[in-house]
Design a protein. Structure first.
Length: 258
């Protein structure tokens, strides 16, 4: 079902939450589900003993975002374990904006296996959340949520959310789990029209929210009023960022509840 709202998590200004996230964050290492290399990640835990639902976060083709602590702060304040996957560090990569990057899916399933081994995580309640190229990985996971292809048949993602993904890459995919797509109407990098077609074809599985006057990277304050990066126009939109944060919170609560 598609929605249009006048409104990522524009919570970077909440100073206390950011500090809390940074204080709780710890490094994590796990194997990619495709084998080597050893993948690095950043784990943040909510207060309490759990087991908690969890979110695996998949970055864009530019790597880990500057507002990673604020994103983790929001998720842990909502009661989720947050694991930000660093696909690039172990591989010595700086960006992958001009190529496909299938390793992101393998790494996400490696993160799922790592979380499933933790006593403070409920492995039956884990979502994948991706941004741009990471959103493409999230949609690929949504079309094949089981880890069976990676020798993990007992593990599966329960939900997926994709911020401004290239929906045309998954135009013919069958989405198998609840999936939220958040995109700007003015996105010149990953057109909203492609996501509208995906949602119209699979309205029971895909929930689409389009933000007027918002472009690519609308949830990241680092991009300010607009930046040109590797030929892409990226711009922050505070209203869309807040709205997307609220929608993500609602979606996770609905799909990861017991």
């Amino acid at each position: 079902m598609a929605k249009l709202f006048p409104l990522r998590l524009a919570l970077a200004g909440l100073f206390c939450q950011t500090l809390c996230a940074a204080a709780m964050e710890s490094p994590a290492q796990f194997d990619s589900a495709g084998g080597r290399p050893k993948i690095e990640g950043y784990l943040s835990l909510p207060p309490g003993r759990g087991p908690f639902p969890a979110v695996v976060l998949i970055h864009s083709c530019l790597g880990l975002p500057a507002n990673r602590p604020a994103i983790a702060a929001a998720l842990t304040s909502w009661g989720y374990v947050a694991l930000f996957v660093d696909d690039f560090g172990p591989r010595g990569l700086k960006e992958t904006c001009s190529v496909d990057f299938p390793d992101a899916v393998r790494d996400a399933f490696g993160a799922l296996a790592y979380l499933a081994r933790r006593s403070d995580v409920d492995p039956s309640r884990v979502a994948a959340v991706g941004y741009s190229q990471g959103g493409d990985a999230a949609l690929k996971i949504a079309s094949a949520p089981s880890g069976e292809a990676f020798g993990l048949p007992h593990l599966s993602f329960k939900a997926a959310a994709a911020f401004y993904p290239p929906c045309d890459n998954e135009a013919d995919a069958a989405i198998m789990i609840p999936t939220l797509v958040l995109i700007g109407a003015s996105d010149s990098v990953t057109p909203a029209a492609d996501c509208k077609r995906l949602a119209q074809r699979q309205p029971e599985a895909v929930e689409l929210i389009v933000y007027p006057n918002a472009g690519h990277g609308f949830d990241d304050p680092e991009f300010g009023a607009g930046k040109r990066v590797l030929g892409m126009t990226l711009a922050y939109n505070a209203d869309a960022g807040r709205g997307a944060g609220e929608e993500l919170r609602r979606f996770l609560a609905e799909t990861l509840r017991r």
